[in-house]
Design a protein around this ligand. Structure first.
Ligand code: NAI
Ligand code: MG
Length: 496
């Protein structure tokens, strides 16, 4: 990579002063300790991050509280909208650098995944810019004796803790920054220790866009240190978290102290159901990318593939053939479809599930191996398919977060529905059919926050996203999300 952006990105990575971003400035952590962060495509050291801990979180929250009460509180909705639009412009201008940092940091393919998402990312930011002008309560008729006018008012909840995972931080931060800035809240962001760089760079752009210092602070560090301190902080009013269900439970416990509002987007084991009447030319690539995109490191990955028994053999063969056309390799190469897994730890975790799948009797029909040769230094795994899986096997129950698909046969619509719902998760689902009755039956019957019919992975911020069951709670997107960033207050005026 020898574009001017590559130089800017390299300078950013090499700058020892880019540590914690608090009060609009780069500051070192209280202890001065650093964390090493690696490039998953080579296993080499990429940069070091400040190891933020409780004292740093305290400083960041205090800064966000001051900002919440200061100049920022006088911004009108139009001014907040303008600021978000200004940020969108800078995001667009610096998009190549941001996506390069992201790709180096977490391994997503630059040209086939990150860069094509530009318009979606911009549209997401602009959606929240519009939301800034759409905040307000209602006057409500009451049945009280006398003459009483009643209304509801809305007010921003205050300081928000945003805890972000590593599987797509550049884009996933938008769903926190957007509602924070639209509603007039402030935020302390704790990115994942595995992928913090694009978020740190974004914080600088926000200040360049005109955001008052302290409205968005970023504290890097470990989840058990900086993350836990933020989740438990008595002066944080709301936490928005995306990550594992186990960590989600910890955050619920930590929130109890001051009754924080929570939005939790947690794990999944999403069903993707293929009926014999489906258009397989669309279903095969749709199902494959539903599970293999981002090397399977997506919360809504469609990892349980239910296939009507009479087309099972044909479908498995076509899915295997398609998966072999996917190019796994260097995330910076133009034709790479799938990059490495995020870390050695994640690779080992996924490989251990492959062993379990074999032991439990799954039939390995594609992939299954770590890649060697030129790719031996990175954490690359072939897209892997097990067939003849049953819904009760470990690989069909637990979130693997790697490029691993389980194909499970079914016979009837009722059968498919029962199997799809037999999970403690409920994040998303897919249905492939040309029969409208079947599509509607499943759209109503599946216990999950999203049902995609003849498509997979589409998300629009106006529609939103969320989970059933242990996939979390709190809607991300739409008016329901904005309401989560606002207190509601009832006002009664006795007019005599
Ligand atoms: P994680 O859920 O522990 O990490 C997500 C974020 O939470 C990171 O920023 C981390 O630093 C922070 N965190 C960790 N412990 C915390 C605590 N006690 N209090 C507050 N914040 C804390 O996920 P991790 O360890 O990175 O990955 C493990 C597994 O989690 C993956 O294999 C995958 O199955 C699942 N996962 C699911 C995601 C999803 O979108 N559904 C995203 C990332 C991971
Ligand atoms: Mg990294």
């Amino acid at each position: 990579m020898n574009s001017p952006w590559a130089t800017t990105a390299a300078n950013f990575l090499a700058d020892p002063n880019k540590q914690l971003f608090i009060d609009g400035k780069w500051v070192p952590s209280a202890t001065g300790e650093r964390i090493e962060t690696f490039n998953p495509s080579t296993g080499q050291l990429l940069a070091t991050l400040a190891r933020g801990q409780k004292a740093d979180v305290d400083a960041a929250v205090a800064s966000s509280r001051r900002a919440f009460q200061g100049h920022w509180s006088s911004f009108t909705p139009a001014q907040r909208q303008q600021l978000i639009m200004q940020f969108a412009e800078l995001f667009e201008k610096n998009f190549e650098e941001l996506t390069l940092l992201e790709s180096l940091d977490m391994g997503a393919p630059l040209m086939t995944r990150l860069r094509p998402a530009k318009n979606t990312a911009l549209q997401t930011i602009l959606y929240y810019a519009a939301q800034a002008r759409n905040i307000g309560g209602e006057t409500v008729s009451n049945s009280l004796p006398g003459k009483v006018t009643s209304m509801t008012l809305k007010a921003p909840v205050g300081v928000v803790g945003g805890i972000i995972p590593w599987n797509g931080p550049l884009f996933s931060q938008m769903h926190i920054l957007g509602p924070v800035l639209a509603t007039g809240c402030t935020a302390v962001i704790k990115p994942s220790e595995e992928a913090s760089l694009a978020i740190l760079r974004t914080a600088e752009l926000l200040v360049e866009a005109g955001l008052p210092p302290g409205v968005v602070n970023v504290v890097t560090g470990f989840g058990s240190e900086a993350g836990a301190a933020l989740a438990a902080h008595p002066d944080v009013n709301r936490v928005a978290f995306t990550g594992s269900t186990g960590t989600g439970r910890e955050i619920i416990k930590a929130s109890a102290g001051n009754m924080k509002r929570l939005q939790l987007e947690l794990g999944g084991k999403s069903p993707d159901i293929v009926f014999a009447d489906a258009d397989l030319d669309k279903a095969v690539p749709g199902v494959a990318m539903g599970v293999f995109s981002n090397s399977g490191q997506i919360c809504f990955a469609g990892t349980r593939i239910f296939v009507e028994r009479k087309i099972q053999a044909e479908f498995v063969e076509r899915l295997g053939a398609y998966s072999r056309t996917l190019k796994v390799g260097d995330p910076l190469a133009p034709d790479t479809n799938l990059g490495p897994l995020i870390s050695r730890r994640q690779l080992d975790r996924v490989l251990s599930y492959l062993d379990i799948g074999r032991q439990e009797g799954g039939e390995l029909v594609a992939g299954g191996r770590r890649l060697g040769g030129d790719l031996a230094g990175g954490y690359y795994l072939e897209p892997t398919i097990f067939s003849n899986v049953s819904n009760t096997m470990t690989i069909a129950r637990e979130e693997i977060f790697g490029p691993v698909a389980s194909v499970i046969p079914f016979d009837t619509v009722e059968d498919a529905l029962a199997l799809a719902n037999a999970t403690e998760y409920g994040l998303a689902s897919g249905v492939w059919t040309t029969n409208i009755d079947t599509a509607l039956k499943l759209a109503h019957g599946i216990e999950a926050g999203t049902v995609w019919v003849n498509c997979y992975g589409l998300v629009d911020p106006a529609v939103g996203f969320g989970g059933y069951k242990e996939s979390g709670y709190g809607w991300k997107g739409g008016q329901a999300q904005i309401d989560g960033y606002l207190y509601q207050k009832a006002v009664y005026i006795n007019v005599g």
